[in-house]
Ligand binder design. Structure first.
Ligand code: SF4
Length: 486
């Protein structure tokens, strides 16, 4: 399809709206040119004496529709959003599709609700304003509102000089087919060779980051050791990393300490002992699915029973705050299969359960596969999860969306009251600085006065991280610059 822009260049926004309705179509773009054959969309704006005349015209198969609107210079939505809304309504009529998230294509829908709550708006006002502006469905409005309300108290308790520390361990036992992270199979000869040097540099970076934090009088609030699968490290390596954290920071004052144990094929009694002994308060045991055939299809080398055993082992090792991750829409999974996953996890009764929706990114092996077997009832799976978790007293507390997610659905963390993960809330709502250490770590500096954000990226691959460590450390000096006036 050709999309032609006249008098404006809202390419990114218009393409995002088109993709809601035609996810598999590729688009050509023309600027200030005319098109009248084939499938096309013309998006035009023209300044007039009494305002801006907007117009969107779509010709798609046998359908042809055009909508116009005159807006004044003080229209709060501006030309861009009004053009998107015109296109949205046309495509809704042509395709018969009503996307549940409406026009909202951004990553953080809850931010919109939070902003309105801060303005003092009532629930009714919030619903009506977001519905009119973005055409959100009642279901997604309710989900966003509930999430915002659950997380609200955690923003009130935030110290302006607090930060969270992310420790990246980008290694896994094997690569899952849907994975788009920079994660290396621990079993490859290259990764095995790199690991001792990686752990050494990681510990060094932890120490140097602690010095920066101390110089700037920043207070460590939460720690998140993620990946990859941090428990891919041996118990000894894990102990080195956690000991380095203990020596470098005062962890007695932190409010949360998570270790993503992740896959059952890496969880042992000894590693759990190390995690507990060095102060972690929360772990994740992430099955993604409790169906053996699906686990096999995505490249996992453990069974659902292994997950149950790991969970029980974690409980008997003293962990009273366990999260379990699931993914709706995994290849070969079905509605009943997903239902089984949710029911089984509810039976285990962890403190939090996260429901992701499958995202197929270019860097995953799944992207290369033809005829991927994905069930068409993913919205129903997500709805079942939401309803069932609600019945088991789990409330949504963080929510985000990603590009290329099947059916444009969302990822939601649900937790029992008091077990919401602070780190997940702060990173998703960009409410607190995150200092990251390790390969592929991304530091996010948040100015508490202006909410301005700056990002610093560590080298992506472990071999680069090790060999260019000193150079990378140089970049961290920017943290001083950022905090110079705060
Ligand atoms: S466990 Fe997670 S990080 Fe590791 S390969 Fe699978 S999806 Fe990727």
């Amino acid at each position: 399809m050709t999309i032609c822009f006249k008098g404006n260049s809202c390419k990114y926004e218009i393409e995002a709206v088109m993709k809601l309705f035609l996810p598999l179509v590729t688009f050509d773009f023309l600027f200030e040119k005319t098109v009248d054959t084939g499938d096309f969309c013309i998006v035009s704006s023209e300044e007039k004496e009494d305002g801006t005349q907007l117009s969107v015209e779509v010709s798609c198969g046998d359908s042809h529709l055009k909508k116009d609107l005159l807006i004044t210079s003080d229209d709060p939505d501006g030309a861009e959003l009004n053009l998107c809304r015109l296109l949205y309504r046309i495509m809704q009529e042509i395709t018969g599709i009503t996307p549940e998230w409406g026009l909202l294509t951004g990553i953080r829908p809850v931010k919109k609700v939070n902003a309105l709550l801060d303005e003092g708006c009532s629930k009714e006002e919030i619903f009506s304003r977001l519905k009119n502006k973005y055409e959100l469905s009642d279901g997604k409005l309710e989900l966003s509102y509930l999430t915002a309300v659950t997380q609200k108290k955690y923003f009130d308790s935030l110290d302006r000089r607090s930060f969270s520390l992310y420790v990246s361990v980008p290694f896994c036992p094997s690569r899952c087919s849907y994975c788009s992270f920079v994660s290396h199979s621990i079993e490859s000869a290259g990764a095995k060779k790199l690991l001792p040097d990686y752990v050494e540099k990681l510990c060094a970076e932890i120490g140097q980051t602690a010095e920066i934090a101390a110089d700037l009088n920043l207070k460590l609030d939460t720690i998140y050791i993620g990946g990859g699968t941090p428990t891919s490290l041996s118990a000894e390596q894990l102990e080195k990393v956690m000991n380095s954290l203990k020596k470098s920071f005062d962890i007695s004052k932190i409010r949360e300490y998570t270790v993503e144990a992740g896959r059952s094929d890496t969880i042992t009694e000894e590693k759990l002992r190390v995690i507990k002994e060095y102060g972690a308060t929360r772990i994740s045991v992430n099955p993604q699915t409790m169906n053996d055939s699906v686990l096999k299809a995505i490249g996992r080398r453990h069974s659902a029973e292994d997950v149950i055993n790991s969970f029980k082992l974690a409980r008997s090792s003293g962990f009273d705050n366990i999260n379990m991750d699931t993914i709706a829409g995994l290849p070969t999974d079905t509605y009943d299969g997903f239902k089984n996953t949710i029911d089984t996890l509810c039976g285990l009764d962890p403190e939090s359960i996260t429901i992701h929706t499958l995202t197929v990114k270019r860097s995953s092996s799944l992207f290369m596969q033809e005829n991927i077997d994905i069930d068409s009832r993913i919205s129903d799976m997500v709805r079942y999860g939401q309803k069932t978790l609600g019945e088991h007293r789990y409330l949504p507390y963080y929510l985000y969306r990603q590009k290329n997610t099947v059916d444009n659905l969302e990822n939601v963390g649900y937790a029992k009251k008091g077990f919401e993960s602070l780190y997940n809330i702060y990173i998703m709502e960009e409410a607190q600085t995150i200092l990251a250490v390790g390969a592929a770590g991304s530091t996010k500096l948040v100015n508490p006065d202006t909410n301005k954000i700056e990002r610093l990226f560590n080298y992506k691959f472990p071999y680069e991280y090790i060999s260019r460590y000193e150079k990378m450390l140089e970049k961290k000096k920017k943290i001083y610059e950022f905090y110079s006036n705060i």
